[in-house]
Structure formats: C-alpha cells, structure tokens
Design a protein around this ligand. Structure first.
Ligand code: 3HC
Ligand code: NAI
Length: 675
C-alpha cells in the first residue's frame, strides 16, 4: 500500500486492496503480505471522506472479508502506527508481524466515534474486555511490549522497513511450510468468556471514566460495543457496532470533533510563510525566571530531551524554583525515578544571564512588568548570539514594545504558555510586527517539538484566549450584580461542558492574586471578597466554602447576600436571571469578540480561535470551539441577541462586530473564515 501521508483507507485504496486480494488468490499465490510504504502502516479510515461525496468503491467490510476468508495465509507487516480502520484491517489478517517501534490503537473515540469496522468485536477477543475498554475509551496507542503480551502481534522484529519486509515474508513462508492454521480473531472466545454476564465489570468501568468523559457520547457507546462483544455472537455484535457507529457518525458531537481534528492541523500552516523556511536549530534553550511559569517551561524542554539553562535573580529563588520542578517530576506517576534524574540532569540552574550565551532560544518568564521586560531584553540582546530566538511569555504585554528594546526586533517573539506550563497543551505564538519568518516558523516548530499545540496570533491586549476570556469574566461579574448567583453562572457553564465556571476558577487561582489592600477602592465584588478575608480555595473561603478534607465546594449564602447588598447599594436592580441569559451573555460576548479578533487579523482563521479555546480553556471539544459552535446555532440569531444586549446592558463588549454582522447577512460562517 502506498497512500501518503499516513496510508489512510481512501476509496481508491479500499478498491485497490480488494482487487489485490482477489487477484492474489485467483493467481494462486501461496500467501499474502500486506505492507505499507512511507512513514506508517494504515493510520485509519480517510477522515476527510466522512462527510460523504467519495466515489463508490469496495467497502471496508468487503476488504476485510477478502483477507479473513482468504484460503491462504495473510500476514500484516506493521510499522509506524496501526490505528482505527488500520488496526481493524490488521485484525483481519491471520498473523501480524511488526517492528519494535510500532504502535497500535483504536483512537476513534477522539473523533466522537467508535471503531466501525469490527474493531470493537475483534479487539476484546484478543485483549479481554478490560484492556479493550481502556484502549477504546481513551484512544491510547500501545507499544509492541503490550501488543505481544495480549497477542495483538505475533512477532516483533528489530530494524526498519527492509527487515520488516523480510521478516513478514519469512513468516509467510513458514506459515505455508508448517501449514499454520488460518487464524481468525473473530473465532476466539476464551478471553471474552471471562467477562460474560459480568455486569459489575462494566458498571465499575463506567464509574471509573465518568468524570473524564462527562458530556461525551462516544465513550459510552464504545463501552456498549464491548458489552455486545462479550455477550452476543460475533455477527450480532457487529450489527450493534454498525448501529451505534451510524448514530455517532451522523450526530453533532462527531461532526464537531472531526472538524476539530483538521482545525488543529490547519493551525500549523502559516499562509505567508513558505514551508521550506529555514529554522533555527535548537540545541540548547534558556529560560529566565524559575517561578510558576518558568519552571514549567523548562520542564517542557527537558521532557523533549533538550538541555535548558534556567536563570533566576538570586540563589534562593533559583533553589526554590528547581525544588518545585523536582517535586513536580517526583509527583508525576508517569515518570520513573531514573527519568526524574535524567530530566533534572538536563536542567542547569544559574544566577548569571551571561550563561544564556550558548542558547539558541531564550524564553523570558519574569514578572509581568513592561519596564523590567524591556531591561531584560536589552541585556539579552547583548548576551545572546546573533540568530538566537528571544521570546517572552508575557500574557498581555505588547511584544512590539518589548522588541523595540533590542537592536534585533526580528528575533523577538511571544511564546505564551498556559499554566501549569508543563501540562497545558496550548501555546500562543505571538508574532510581532518585525518577527522574521524564520523566528515565527521556529517558535511554532519548537512548540510542537515540546508537545504543545501552537497557534499563531497577533499583538493585542490578551492576545486571542485571554482577550475573549476577559469578556466572559466581565459578563459573569455583571450577571451576579443583576441577581444571578456565582453558583448559577458556574453551573450553567459547567453544564455546557466547561470543567468549571469562572467563579470556581477564581477560587482555585486565588482571589488575592494581584490584589493589594492599599489599592482597594471597595468598588468591585473582588475588593469586597478580599476585604472580607476570602482568598478562595487556599483559605477554604471564596465564592464557595471548601471542605478542608475533601475540598468539596458549597455555595456560600453569606457571600450571595453580601454581593446582593453591595449591588443594591451600587444601584443595580435585582431580578431573576434565566440560565439562558447567563449562557448567552457569557458566550455570545466571546463570539462577538472572536469575530473582532478575526476582523483585526489577530487570528489567521476562525478555526485557530477554536483550537485556542479547546486546548487552553477547556471548551468542550464536542462543541467544536466558540466559532464552530456559533455557526452551529446560527449567526443571525446571535447577531440579534448581541444587538439586544447592546441595548439592555451596553458596553464595548456588546458593540456588534461588523464581520459578525456581515457573515450573518451573507449566510457565511466563522469557523471557515480565513484572513
Ligand atoms: N484521514 C485523513 N487524513 C489524515 C488521517 C486520516 N485518518 N490521519 C492523518 N491525516 C492527515 C492529517 O490531516 C495531516 O494532513 P496535513 O499534512 O494536510 O495537515 C497528515 O495526514 C499528517 O497528519 P499529522 O500531522 O497528524 O501527522 P503526525 O505524524 O503528527 O501523526 C498520526 C500521524 C498519528 C497518524 C495522526 O495523524 C493521527 O492520529 N491520525 C488520525 C488517526 C485516526 O484517528 N484514525 C482513526 C480514523 S477513524 C476510523 O478509522 C474509522 C474506522 O473505525 C471505520
Ligand atoms: P512568578 O512570580 O511565579 O515568577 C516570576 C519569577 O521571575 C520569580 O521567580 C522571580 O524571582 C523571577 N524574576 C523576576 N525578576 C527577575 C530577573 N530580573 N532575573 C531573573 N529572574 C527574575 O510569575 P509567573 O506566574 O511565572 O509569571 C511569569 C510571566 O509569565 C509573566 O509575564 C506572566 O504574565 C506570564 N504568564 C503567567 C501565567 C500564570 O498563570 N501564572 C500564564 C501565562 C503567562
């Protein structure tokens, strides 16, 4: 097979496989080896065909039957990743041989789907129900160690493509010579028999994933398919799989998640920067500041195997920062003691910025203070080699002004990581007016190299993510002054699919962050909260009260009354606010701001905004992102409500975006908008 880039099962490939199998058998071949050219074995169905429109061709079940029912041994030779439909095809070979680096998985759940070509029925027959449940609901790829253990592969070979081909052909010759049985996974029963009638197994598994999969349909449907595999004959299980697959495929969640798959990949493409733009080779990185962000950023480099120099202002701050990094590693269950030492060994601490001299990129993560940042960039300009990338992790400051402190503004760029920086996937790369193509392309590539989803944005206050978040925050604060409670606002957003609402989020971050008693005017709810000693989760009292043992949050009637009294004293009329109004005001204000961000060219595409919100702020991916979601409810309806709130509430956030108005009038959409 050869269908670059990932050997997806496009229509012409399915037809080719079917014809090839038929011809091999008709021509009297003694055995068949299915092997792929390029970087990987089949990585799945062709997702771009899912919307329909592909020409008629052999279906996957026909290809699979041609393999499974072939009168001669069929051997799948696997390198790269055998994923989704790819693994399902491999499961219809009689034997599987792979290279040691191969990975196997059924990641359909990440597209809001389930494996629809028999995978849900065949995988548990090899791995037993518990492992199949785990793999199918997480989409996790397993390595050859695990795959050998459960019989997913029969032989693992060292080496690359040539060795794989030779080993698979040798296996085929052996299968013929020794008359090995034409093993069909569908006929295996011993592993699933263990779980037959075991309702508790499934109840426990459902409970174990409930929190993580809240709101998603596909994980539950995957579980149902495994139940069917365990309890029904193969062909009936297959029918159940088909029924549930079709329901998911035609439903809104999978539509959104498939859109999102391509949105994330589109974000890598910068239209005005040629693909072959030379990159700065990053052999050593530097991070300035070992605080909350600096420590996490340094961990990202160490995790990717890149040596990193971290500089603090004094020994005490450095020791504190490095101790936090070590503790984070030690607490992580996925890092072994050996790996902790290996990664700590890649991090060099210093209190002398001159140690940045050999770094190919330096990321500044000191306090959010323009004068301080300018002084630092002036120093970096003196210290760093020409060509080194000079990046700032500022969350809102003007990158152009920071760049102006240097004699090489073309080397300066924003790299806005999110907290905790070693965990959060999003990276906003902030392009300054002078940032060179090489520096932009390098920052995007470095982001990917350290495991982030990088999105290119322009300079403005708060960039894309925080700028939209400010709107939501403002509306949330205003809503509680009009009569909603913090718990109501949070509940509406939680039910929408966010991991938590804005007030719970403030409690988590700490209400006192950036707040100073001497500057308090007592004019905002935040002042009020701080003046009454409420700091959030850290002292057990914030918008909610927190159980000291379980940290469970309970709405605090005292706070609600306090806010009410405050609002009345400030002249806000109190009324019942409906959940629908909470939703519209929190989210339509963001959609309107997103449209302004697009019309100002701060984001390249509508889909980039969706990528920012899904990765950085917990927007539920089964709703695609704020731009996709807005389109799904209809832009004219949103325009009408933005106008309504403009009259009722007023403020800059309700000034209708001309682009939003235009797209609504033209029946256009935001998620496909591109500058
Ligand atoms: N269909 C169509 N295009 C695909 C594709 C697929 N299954 N998988 C990847 N691509 C495209 C990407 O869009 C990208 O295109 P671009 O270069 O134009 O942006 C290109 O292939 C390379 O992909 P990545 O940038 O993601 O490359 P990586 O090397 O980082 O990752 C991968 C490779 C691990 C294979 C990753 O692409 C991936 O996870 N793909 C999706 C796998 C998947 O979900 N398979 C299941 C599909 S559903 C299915 O099989 C249904 C069946 O049960 C019936
Ligand atoms: P922090 O206060 O935790 O850490 C800042 C560190 O910089 C401190 O350890 C301090 O000692 C050190 N520092 C200050 N001046 C220095 C100097 N001249 N030389 C060397 N080290 C110096 O701050 P945090 O939260 O890590 O923020 C850093 C930057 O990251 C800020 O610009 C902030 O806006 C941005 N940011 C913060 C996020 C967050 O959630 N905390 C998220 C994204 C960006």
């Amino acid at each position: 097979m050869d269908n670059p880039p990932v050997n997806a099962l496009s229509w012409h490939v399915r037809q080719g496989l079917f014809d090839g199998m038929t011809k091999a058998v008709d021509d009297g071949a003694a055995a068949v080896v299915l092997i792929c050219d390029g970087r990987t074995f089949i990585a799945g169905a062709d997702i771009s065909e899912f919307g329909g429109g592909a020409p008629d061709a052999a279906g996957l079940p026909a290809v699979q039957a041609a393999m499974e029912d072939a009168p001669v041994p069929v051997i799948a030779a696997i390198h790269g990743t055998a994923l989704g439909g790819g693994l399902e095809v491999a499961l219809c070979a009689h034997y599987r041989v792979s290279v040691a680096s191969a990975k196997f998985g059924l990641p359909e759940v990440n597209l809001g789907l389930l494996p629809g070509a028999g995978g849900t029925q065949r995988l548990p027959r090899l791995t037993a129900a518990p492992k199949a449940l785990e793999m199918m609901t997480s989409g996790r790829h397993i390595g050859t160690g695990e795959a050998l253990g459960c019989g997913l592969v029969d032989e693992v070979v060292d080496g690359g493509a040539d060795e794989l081909r030779a080993a698979a052909i040798a296996f085929a010759r052996r299968a013929v010579a020794d008359q090995l049985p034409l093993a069909k996974v569908r006929d295996r029963d011993e592993k699933i028999a263990e779980a037959r009638g075991d309702e508790q197994l499934f109840a426990d598994f459902r409970a174990s994933i409930a929190r993580k999969t809240r709101g998603f349909l596909a994980p539950e449907y995957n579980v149902r398919c495994v139940e069917a595999a365990v309890n029904l004959p193969f062909d009936e299980g297959l029918k159940e799989e088909r029924r549930l697959f079709t329901e998911l495929m035609t439903g809104p969640q999978s539509g959104a998640q498939r859109y999102y798959f391509f949105a994330e990949r589109a974000a890598n493409k910068i239209p005005d920067i040629p693909k072959d733009t030379p990159l700065v080779d990053i052999a050593r990185a530097g991070v300035l500041g070992a605080g909350t962000m600096g420590g996490g950023i340094a961990m990202n480099f160490a995790n990717a195997g890149i040596p990193v120099t971290i500089v603090e202002r004094d020994g005490e701050a450095l020791d504190r920062g490095l101790a936090v990094v070590r503790k984070n590693y030690e607490r992580s269950r996925s890092t072994t003691a050996e790996q902790v030492e290996e990664r700590m060994g890649l991090i060099t601490g210093s209190t002398d910025k001159n140690d940045f001299a050999g770094c190919d990129i330096v990321i500044e993560a000191v306090f959010e203070d323009m004068d301080l940042k300018k002084t630092i960039f002036r120093e970096l300009d003196e210290i760093c080699e020409p060509g080194a990338v000079l990046a700032s992790n500022t969350s809102a400051l003007d990158i152009n002004e920071i760049a102006s402190a240097t004699r090489r503004p073309e080397s300066v760029i924003g790299m806005h990581f999110f907290s905790p920086a070693n965990v959060m996937k999003l990276l906003e790369v902030v392009r300054g007016d002078a940032s060179s193509d090489t520096v932009v392309a390098t920052a995007m590539a470095v982001g990917r190299q350290v495991g982030k989803v990088a999105v290119l944005v322009g300079v403005c206050h708060g960039f894309v993510g925080n700028r939209m978040l400010f709107q939501r925050r403002m509306e949330a604060d205003q809503l509680v002054l009009e009569g909603a409670t913090p718990a109501q606002v949070d509940r509406v957003l939680f039910d929408f699919g966010f991991p938590m609402g804005p007030f719970a989020m403030s409690d988590l971050a700490g209400l006192d962050i950036g707040w100073k008693a001497e500057n308090s005017t007592g004019d905002s709810v935040r002042d009020l909260m701080n003046e009454s000693g409420r700091k959030g989760q850290k002292n057990g009292r914030g918008y909610y009260t927190y159980d000291p043992d379980t940290r469970a949050a309970t709405p605090d009637p005292e706070v609600e009354q306090m806010i009410k009294d405050f609002a009345i004293a400030k002249g806000h009329e109190q009324r019942d606010v409906t959940d629908q109004e909470v939703l519209e005001r929190c989210l339509y204000s963001m959609v309107n701001e997103g449209a302004k961000i697009l019309e100002e060219g701060i984001a390249i595409r509508g889909s980039d905004i969706d990528v920012v919100w899904v990765n950085g702020y917990g927007w539920p991916v089964y709703r695609g992102g704020p731009m996709y979601w807005a389109d799904s409810i209809g832009l004219s309806g949103i325009v009408e409500r933005v106008r309504h709130y403009g009259e009722q509430v007023g403020g800059r956030q309700w000034e209708l975006s001309p682009l939003l108005a235009k797209l609504a009038a033209e029946d256009g959409n935001l998620h496909q908008f591109s500058n």
